[in-house]
Ligand binder design. Structure first.
Ligand SMILES: Cc1ncc(COP(=O)(O)O)c(C=O)c1O
Length: 453
């Protein structure tokens, strides 16, 4: 008998209390945080959907493996385990550990990019863009047109616009494109997957021009599961086989193991290029640590090694994708405009459509995030004008679901809060900046409400 209900494929052994606050207390917290949810103390939050990064609940197997962590400075046994698992799934020759995704990015771009060069991606994540710009290169987003329309339903909305990539390469010339990146799934573009067909086309074009292709692999397992569900010819393959096939199309990857590594910290950089790997390891030693730990403890290496394999388990992926879709379906059924179809790790509310009376320059995504916090203690994150400035094609509020952390009743509560805010959306006001940092301004920005005329 096949039952309809998809249950959490785990039972809970350790619990962490969460705290209620009053609306009055939340108003004070928000004002003190200058209307930036990053600046809130975590204890003032009931349901934290700020990020799915580093917030996963670890399994008994991961905790057990951590006890086996080998903390040797050089030649750690745990690094062998880490590298063995990564080579098996990702297939690249060199595995360079780093404490998180952006450390891998910084090393990759420092070694591969020069001022005046151009790095295309389906959509750069904020740290990816910032690290490219930091070395003087230009980060260019080339999503397919359907990816820019939140309401449009498309099975692989994370795809790269291959024709636009071809035009870009023709315009600037292959020598000015040191690498092409494909982000799987496309986080800033709505957590949408990239099809194998698209990855194949991008890879072929890169090969034709002698340009290396790198994956931003943070959510590779979720991407593989979407391919299994939606792309012809993949229904009978395992997520691991699909991931292996995709990575074989590229020359390397960056990875934040805080996502589909199911770990609280960790990451890595992979490449098949021996000369680059040597330079990357030298830089690693300078800033991250010795190449057999790269800024992580031996126990972290173990947690990632086990987590990467758990993230590819079908029961887990089935529950993961179903529970994200559950939140999306229940709010969109009541008219809340969301990025369609629901992505893998998050639901993205279209803040421009939710709050049409607030122009992008007055940060509708930040305003909506503040309203969700005031109403029910929920923390979300703006992915829009505050995060990307003039590069923002949309103003989205991302509700990222931490892996294996919340149950269906938590999500039912989130649905109720969103619908309450939806009813009173006309009362929400825009904001203006009072402080911004030169890079990644959304993390520390300060804002204040705009007075209504
Ligand atoms: C697509 C993508 N790339 C890179 C990163 C950076 O990873 P980290 O936060 O581990 O530095 C993230 C983090 O959210 C991401 O979503």
């Amino acid at each position: 008998m096949a039952f309809k209900t998809i249950i959490e494929p785990f039972k809970i052994k350790t619990v962490e209390p969460i705290r209620w606050t009053t609306r009055e207390a939340r108003e004070q917290h928000l004002e003190r945080a200058h209307y930036n949810l990053f600046l809130l103390p975590a204890d003032a939050i009931l349901i934290d959907l700020l990020t799915d990064s580093g917030t996963a609940a670890m399994s008994t197997h991961q905790w057990a493996a951590m006890m086996e962590g080998d903390e040797s400075y050089a030649g750690s046994r745990s690094f062998d385990h880490f590298r063995r698992v990564i080579r098996d799934i990702f297939g690249y020759r060199h595995v360079i550990p780093a404490h998180q995704g952006r450390a891998a990015e910084r090393i990759l771009f420092s070694v591969m990019c020069k001022p005046g060069e151009v790095v295309p991606n389906n959509t750069h994540f904020d740290t990816t863009r910032a690290n490219i710009e930091f070395v003087g290169a230009e980060a260019v987003n080339l999503p397919i047109p359907e990816g820019k329309d939140p309401a449009h339903i498309h099975p692989f909305k994370g795809n790269m616009d291959v024709a636009a990539l071809e035009q870009l390469i023709a315009r600037v010339g292959p020598p000015r494109v040191p690498l092409v990146m494909l982000t799987i799934t496309n986080n800033s573009g709505g957590g949408q997957p990239v099809s194998m067909e698209n990855a194949r086309a991008v890879s072929a074009l890169c090969q034709q021009h002698g340009i290396p292709l790198y994956f931003d692999a943070c959510r590779f397992a979720e991407n593989a599961y979407f391919i299994k569900l939606r792309e012809e010819g993949y229904a009978n393959k395992t997520p691991k086989q699909i991931a292996q096939e995709m990575f074989a199309l590229g020359d390397g990857c960056t990875m934040s193991a805080k996502k589909d590594g199911l770990a609280n910290i960790g990451g890595f950089l992979c490449t098949n290029n021996d000369a680059l790997a040597q330079q990357e390891e030298n830089l690693l030693i300078l800033t991250e640590g010795y190449p057999t730990y790269g800024g992580m403890a031996g126990r972290d290496l173990e947690a990632v090694a086990v987590g990467l394999e758990e993230a590819l388990e079908e029961d887990y992926l089935k529950y993961r994708i179903a529970s994200t879709g559950y939140l999306g379906r229940h709010i969109s059924a009541e008219g809340v405009p969301i990025m369609q179809p629901p992505g893998g790790h998050a639901i993205y509310i279209d803040a421009r459509a939710f709050l049409p009376h607030i122009p992008p320059a007055s940060f509708p995504g930040v305003a909506l995030g503040g309203a969700l916090y005031l109403e029910g203690g929920i923390r979300s994150v703006e992915i829009g004008t505050l995060m990307f400035g003039q590069h923002a094609a949309m103003d989205l509020v991302r509700l990222a679901i931490p892996r294996r952390v919340y149950t269906q009743s938590h999500i039912d509560y989130v649905v109720e809060v969103i619908l309450e805010v939806w009813k009173r959306r006309d009362e929400i006001r825009g904001l203006r900046l009072t402080y911004e940092a030169p890079f990644l301004r959304h993390f520390t920005a300060r804002l204040e409400p705009v007075e209504v005329a």
